[in-house]
Write a protein that binds this ligand. Structure first.
Ligand code: PLP
Length: 292
């Protein structure tokens, strides 16, 4: 139930539909965002709204997709969806896709349609896992070429490997997958950036192949404010195994500790102290609270 913003209008949830010949459904050429709104003293507030909207427009630009709306309109649409659905916290999904106006790769009469939906969503990986950490498996799936050359775009077509990796990890009894890039370096989770801690220093893969995550940026800033050294570099699989701490970041996953990788305990095999500090600072920030 509730309302979804579709092509400039608020429509009832059930009526926000598209045709089976929707072009993006067939060929995967589309862009999207994952955004969260949090409860604050001043009501629901969307965290880093402008950064998400900017990334959405950059993704569209990379794909050569002409956006039918400007940034202000899509910002306003996101605020309206949260407000009109009476949500005090929410996960938002803006998405832009090619419609059913034409079929085949050569279609030249396609329209870009935009949608913003929002719903209540708690911890993506579970409350308890936020305290104790998750179990992760290095995936047998790597990012293919398109992902590496197009990794700045948060594009629908870039998520097949993520889905395959997550499916594989869950079938094998793990909570999440960690993907390597085509050169064998550690890249990211199915929908999260990854960090490790070693001897008090925070390391995360540089942006050669990982998505420029907004939570990643936020955590790097918080760590620097705490005087923690942050190094962005290529990371190998064995460096993860011998890390003192590890965690994922993402709008959905927030800051999720990793307690085990491929059956090997990370550090003490539970949420580490630096992870805990950054996680709690992240939650203070998104809820607009002064740090304790
Ligand atoms: N990496 C991938 C592949 C993602 O899909 C996401 C989710 O948006 C992230 C990383 C984390 O990015 P952000 O913190 O902006 O949500």
């Amino acid at each position: 139930d509730g309302l979804i913003w579709l092509d400039g209008e608020m429509v009832p949830w059930r009526e926000a539909q598209t045709h089976v010949l929707t072009h993006t459904l067939h060929y995967g050429m589309g862009v999207f965002e994952g955004v969260r709104a949090y409860q604050t003293d001043r009501g629901a507030a969307i965290f880093r709204l402008q950064e998400h909207t900017d990334r959405l427009f950059n993704s569209a630009h990379i794909l050569g997709m002409d956006m039918p709306w400007d940034r202000d309109t899509l910002n306003a649409a996101q605020c309206a969806v949260v407000r009109e659905n009476g949500l005090d916290s929410a996960y938002l999904r803006p998405m832009c896709f090619y419609g059913p106006e034409g079929m085949g790769l050569r279609a030249d009469n396609l329209k870009v349609h935009c949608v913003v939906a929002a719903w209540s969503w708690g911890s993506y990986l579970g409350e308890e896992n936020m305290r104790n950490g998750i179990r992760v498996k290095f995936s047998s799936f790597t990012r293919h070429h398109v992902n590496i050359t197009m990794c700045r775009a948060k594009a629908n077509g870039n998520y097949m490997n993520s889905m395959l990796a997550l499916q594989e990890a869950q079938r094998d009894g793990y909570d999440e997958a960690l993907l390597l890039d085509a050169s064998g370096y550690v890249m990211e989770g199915s929908g999260e950036n990854v960090f490790i801690v070693r001897d008090g220093v925070l390391y995360t893969p540089d942006l050669t192949s990982a998505l420029d995550g907004i939570t990643r940026r936020t955590v790097i800033t918080l760590a620097k404010e705490f005087g923690i050294e942050v190094v962005e570099k290529r990371i190998t699989r064995d460096e993860v195994y011998i890390a003192d701490e590890a965690f994922f970041t993402g709008t959905a996953a927030e800051v999720t500790p990793i307690r085990e990788v491929d059956g090997r305990a990370i550090g003490a095999g539970t949420r580490g102290p630096i992870t805990e500090r950054l996680q709690s600072a992240y939650f203070d920030l998104v809820h607009g609270r002064d740090a304790a």
